[in-house]
Design a protein around this ligand. Structure first.
Ligand code: AMP
Ligand code: MN
Ligand code: MN
Length: 351
């Protein structure tokens, strides 16, 4: 079956993207570092679609595929490095807002010889491709991608639908986010009708947290702080080393903290081995954290964004928390009263 996705980008862009995929036979599909279900699920769905029209796609991601999406069909074909003599004729960036998010897989001198197709949905996308199939209103890259697969006339198989389900269910945190529109729910329904394994994705991708990661949540929650409507947690490198957590492991702390009831803006600080701190920002609807990530040379969506800052945890907090407070100050008088929030802050600020 095919989907009936409508998207907010012009039909001309869809046709240009489809034409590129029809003309080129050896595309390189790149997923972003610290990959999530959207970038992996979409690349895997597109791989299956392209195989149907006789293409030979190559998938690359600089980091290992996380356990919660490693079961998806084709995940074992990912490579982490692409030698420059590999025979490709098209590059496709999946679920990323700028070229740096290819994690170094895109090398200008080599990849620059081939057309670059960007399939994405980040509010901060800077249109870095030759063709940019970017829908900032889409809840996941899976939606513009499904429109593209549809435009190619390729029927959805059960496996493709399962990969797309992993993508859309990850980015909507299991259909929880405020951009979970009727269109998204209809899309999910179509994917289930096409044979997608909804219950399997819910169980394996969303509800299976590796023990190591859950121990990591314990560390982060123990260090959770609340000041007014701002919640944050730091995660020192020593704790990561003690738990055997690598820098590329995505502990999903951003989404964990996004549930603190009193908070409108939530920030996690994860100390890295290279002297940087990975910052994840989340916000309640109506509050925007994309601009904060963008100011710090990262990117993302209004309600979920990220960046890396140089320095230790104290330096990172000193840089990011004032910006988060600036966003909160745009909405005076909303949420808890000042007296209530001061009480919460005293009770919760253990560190
Ligand atoms: P995270 O906090 O890593 O879960 O990321 C939240 C959102 O921001 C995701 O959509 C990421 O793709 C995006 N994002 C995270 N880090 C960066 C970065 N350094 N540059 C651009 N976008 C990012
Ligand atoms: Mn992503
Ligand atoms: Mn995404």
């Amino acid at each position: 079956m095919t989907t009936t996705m409508t998207s907010s980008f012009p039909a001309e862009i869809l046709h240009r993207a489809a034409a590129l995929l029809e003309q080129r036979r050896r595309p390189l599909l790149i997923s972003h570092p610290r990959p999530d279900g959207d970038t992996i699920g979409c690349a895997l769905a597109l791989r299956l679609a392209l195989l149907q029209i006789g293409s030979q796609p190559l998938l690359a991601c600089v980091h290992p595929i996380p356990e919660n999406v490693a079961y998806l069909p084709g995940a074992e074909t990912y490579v982490s490095d692409v030698p420059e003599d590999v025979d490709i004729d098209l590059v496709i960036a999946v679920d990323m807002s700028d070229l740096s998010r290819t994690g170094g897989i895109y090398k200008d001198a080599w990849c620059g010889k081939f057309p670059l197709l960007v399939i994405d949905h980040h509010a901060t996308n800077d249109a870095f491709g030759d063709v940019n199939l970017v829908d900032p209103d889409a809840a996941a890259t899976a939606l513009p991608l499904a429109a593209l697969i549809d435009a190619l006339g390729i029927p959805l198989t059960g496996d493709m639908a399962t990969c797309l389900l992993a993508a859309v269910l990850t980015d909507t945190r299991g259909l929880r986010t405020s951009n979970t529109s009727p269109e998204v729910l209809r899309f999910v329904g179509q994917l289930i009708e096409a044979g997608g394994d909804y219950a399997g994705v819910m169980e394996k991708t969303l509800d299976s947290i590796p023990y190591r990661q859950m121990r990591g949540w314990a560390v982060a929650l123990d260090r959770l702080q609340l000041d007014g409507q701002l919640a944050w947690a730091t995660f020192p490198l020593a704790e990561k080393i003690a738990l055997g957590i690598e820098d590329h492991d995505d502990l999903d702390l951003g989404n964990l903290l996004s549930r603190v009831a009193e908070a409108k803006v939530m920030v996690t600080f994860l100390e890295m081995r290279d002297g940087t701190v990975k910052v994840s920002l989340r916000s309640r609807p109506g509050y925007n954290v994309a601009w904060i990530a963008k100011v710090l040379e990262g990117g993302g969506h209004h309600q979920a964004a990220g960046c890396s800052v140089t320095g230790d945890l104290d330096a990172a907090q000193a840089r990011v928390l004032p910006l988060a407070r600036q966003e909160l100050a745009q909405h005076p008088g909303e949420g808890l009263g000042a007296a209530d929030s001061a009480t919460f802050a005293r009770v919760s600020a253990r560190r």
